[in-house]
Design a protein around this ligand. Structure first.
Ligand SMILES: Cc1ncc(COP(=O)(O)O)c(C=O)c1O
Length: 402
């Protein structure tokens, strides 16, 4: 008889720091739905859950690829026609000095591979606070301590340059910049991009420019790629099909490495090793990349129009509601309103869910300046749903903070 195993299997201690507030809250939401309540989901950034559909010509391209037998492994860096299309798109965005292009299972895998290929134990990279939690999760997995810089709410959530400068140490290897930003919806000015590039130059840092929302600019601003203003600086620009092309379930993202050729060569080789070790990204879905980047972009007109109306509704509600204020988002589909309440924003969010069945994410799940409180709204739902959610939040606040 084999011995019965009696001790529990502990997860690795470094996972203590892996937090994904967005999905963690979903467990409480499941309980609320099991009790028969309909939840108003303002928490997950998946356009396809709402009235946004993947463009038909992209679905056709993937279907055709499957029928044509493109169902085996792909080359590790990606199929040639996709790599050429990504390179072409980067050039259209003004990026020169392109040294490498690769396709991954979403931007998520690009981030994982690119951070893993760079960082040794004891080193760090600067990540924004508030943050998109993927970055801190990957760093926790690598056992790398967090070194965060603040986004400045008083300056429309632009990076706080002085804080960024103060946080650079001899062990710092890079800076993450999410532009347009999740969770604040801010878009960086050219001046800010130039200043950040200059810091990277002075301190020999790699910049990770997460530009996954670059086509979801809501006003008349133009999105400027960081790599376009700093061709000499080592930069990995991330993009993908999840948001701009409404296909998050396909798990297609990419990285474009630019900068001085000799400087980035060893790093590019490191990335290549990891790309080969995980074989490849999804194969048939890669056939949607060229038609996405080079084909009709009509869906974007409709997407931006809907998002603009939903953003305006959101900001108007925030600014006419006591205890709530909000910097107006200029890109992506997130708002990050500030709360003036006597309890933590985690308690606010949980009680709101239990009492009014509206699901948003607490600011403490993304990080924020001590003493400030926020919550993140995903304004992808239609106006009717948003209006019901905001009415419910208003009632909740009146009843709770009378
Ligand atoms: C800033 C940012 N980067 C990366 C991702 C992950 O994207 P993907 O679906 O391509 O893995 C997200 C998803 O919400 C995001 O908001």
């Amino acid at each position: 008889m084999p011995l019965a195993q009696t001790r529990e299997i502990a997860a690795a201690a470094r996972l203590e720091n892996v937090r994904y507030a967005i999905r963690d809250l979903a467990c409480v939401a499941d309980e609320v739905s099991l009790q028969g309540h309909r939840i108003l989901p303002l928490n997950i950034g998946d356009p396809n859950v709402f009235d946004f559909v993947t463009p038909a010509h992209l679905i056709e391209a993937v279907y055709k690829a499957m029928k044509d037998g493109k169902n085996g492994y792909a080359p590790s860096a990606g199929i040639k026609e996709a790599l050429d299309a990504i390179r072409g798109e980067a050039v259209r965005k003004g990026i020169t000095n392109i040294r490498d292009v690769f396709v991954t299972s979403g931007v998520s895998e690009s981030v994982d591979i690119c951070l893993t290929a760079l960082l040794n134990p004891g080193e760090d990279i600067l990540t924004p606070c508030p943050d998109y939690p993927l970055y801190s999760a990957v760093l926790a997995k690598l056992d790398i301590g967090l070194n965060t810089y603040y986004l400045n709410e008083e300056d429309g959530w632009q990076p706080d340059l002085d804080d960024l400068k103060r946080k650079i140490t001899p062990r710092t290897r890079g800076i993450v910049l999410i532009n347009p930003n999740n969770p604040t919806g801010s878009v960086c000015s050219r001046r800010m991009l130039e200043d950040i590039a200059e810091l990277a130059r002075q301190h020999n840092l790699v910049i990770f420019a997460d530009e996954i929302y670059d086509k979801l600019i809501l006003d008349d601003d133009q999105h400027i790629s960081l790599a376009a203003v700093a061709p000499d600086v080592p930069i990995v620009t991330f993009g993908g099909l999840s948001k701009n092309y409404l296909a998050p379930g396909w798990r297609i993202g990419w990285g474009v490495v630019s900068g001085d050729a000799a400087m980035v060569k060893p790093y590019v080789e490191g990335i290549g090793k990891l790309l080969r070790a995980r074989l490849c990204a999804n194969h048939p879905e890669q056939y949607a990349i060229k038609p996405a980047l080079e084909g009709p972009q009509d869906h974007l007109i409709e997407v931006r129009k809907k998002l603009r109306a939903r953003r305006d509704l959101t900001v108007n509600w925030c600014n006419s509601t006591p205890r709530v204020s909000c910097v107006s988002p200029r890109g992506a589909f997130y708002a990050y309103p500030r709360l003036d309440i006597p309890e933590g924003d985690d308690a606010f969010v949980k009680e709101l869910l239990l009492q009014k069945h509206v699901l948003v994410v607490h600011g403490s799940g993304f990080g924020q300046k001590p003493g400030t409180k926020h919550f993140r709204i995903v304004f992808l739902p239609d106006e009717k749903t948003l209006a019901s959610a905001y009415a419910a939040i208003g009632d909740f606040m009146r009843e709770r903070y009378r």
